[in-house]
Design a binder for this molecule. Structure first.
Ligand code: UGA
Length: 323
């Protein structure tokens, strides 16, 4: 293995992935365009443990501006994490940015890879939001795509453009459908980060709708492990659900969180937000069988680790501009 490129390297999952790859002895190139909807200083802090690592090179740049660089020819493996995330903030005029960062930028990356002497393997971050709301049971990867947010539409389209490049150009692209990832450094607009922050600051807990919506929350180190397994074992065009230890409702998880933080939460119910799935539950049998993927971190343990991380940074910048 020569070099690994991580796009979106300063983000939540990208920064954890970078740390893990450096620990495993890889040479890592990171790119981040800081296009996310939160403070760049928070994202830079995500890299603080590795910024001066001798095997880490970081480019603060949009992906499109780096696709002509000569070092791209030396990269064996790309983890494409860069995206404009968040389902609830993807409506209105924001949609054009979602298309640009999630679809057009991915196509530019794929196109650039077709021009390389030895195109690298690519593992791409997709999302459970491509399914929309799940009715009952767990969905496997053959289920029809029915996104309920503009963001989910961009991720579904991104998967299609990947498939086209696999079939027409023989690129080795693998797609991972993450199910609501959490843990230390979770984006400030996401539920667990908001709830813990609100608890620690004595603010009301903002629940969208009745709080009965449920998720298959996935701990970040499990998502990282899924990326490594996919790079090793997946075939071109493979798509995998990457889920966590169980499905749980937002109100139930809030109960666990308040016990951990030792806080009696004051809950306010805000109107449900368009674009939110009612429930998600991953059928991970394909990932288990083909990748050997198994979620290892139980929700209670993952929440404890996220709370400890947030406590360490609660007085620092946590600017959250999106919803
Ligand atoms: C998350 C990510 O934001 C997406 O980028 C990603 O694609 C998706 O997971 C996925 O992996 O499928 P979401 O499931 O909305 O999307 O994750 P959270 O922001 O953590 O929200 C979880 C639930 O908590 C949602 O039902 C949301 O409505 C609720 N929530 C969130 C609240 O009730 N109050 C809040 O203040 C924040």
């Amino acid at each position: 293995m020569r070099k690994v490129l991580i796009t979106g390297c300063a983000g939540f999952i990208g920064s954890h992935l970078a740390e893990r790859l450096l620990q495993d002895g890889m040479d890592v190139i990171g790119i981040d365009g800081f296009v996310d909807n939160y403070d760049a200083s928070v994202k830079l802090r995500n890299l603080s443990a590795i910024r001066s690592h001798p095997r880490f090179a970081f480019h603060s740049s949009l992906l499109a501006d780096k696709l002509g660089e000569p070092w791209l020819d030396e990269v064996d493996l790309i983890f494409h994490q860069a995206a404009l995330p968040g389902v609830r903030s993807s409506w209105g005029t924001a949609f054009a940015d979602y298309v640009a960062h999630n679809l057009t930028a991915t196509q530019s990356l794929l196109e650039a890879c077709t021009r390389l002497q030895k195109p690298p393997r690519i593992v791409i971050a997709s999302s459970s939001s491509v399914y929309g709301s799940m009715k009952e049971g767990a969905l496997d990867e053959s289920a029809p795509l029915h996104p309920v947010s503009p963001y989910g539409v961009t991720k579904a389209a991104m998967e299609q453009i990947c498939r086209v490049y696999v079939e027409a150009h023989g690129l080795h692209v693998v797609m991972l459908r993450y199910f609501t990832v959490y843990g230390p450094r979770q984006r400030p607009d996401m539920a667990f980060h908001r709830f813990f922050r609100q608890m620690l600051r004595g603010e009301p807990i903002t629940i969208y709708g009745d709080g009965q919506q449920s998720r298959d929350f996935t701990y970040v180190s499990d998502a990282v492990e899924a990326n490594l397994l996919a790079a090793r074992h997946a075939a071109p065009g493979d798509v995998f659900n990457i889920g966590g230890d169980r499905e749980i409702s937002v109100l139930e998880v809030l109960h666990l969180m308040s016990q951990l933080a030792n806080v009696t939460p004051h809950v306010v119910h805000l109107p449900a937000v368009a674009g939110d799935s009612r429930r998600t539950k991953a059928d991970i049998r394909q990932a288990q069988a083909k990748l050997g993927y198994q979620p290892r971190v139980r929700l209670e343990e993952g929440l404890r680790l996220q709370l400890a991380d947030l406590r360490a940074h609660i007085d620092g910048p946590s600017d959250e501009r999106g919803q």
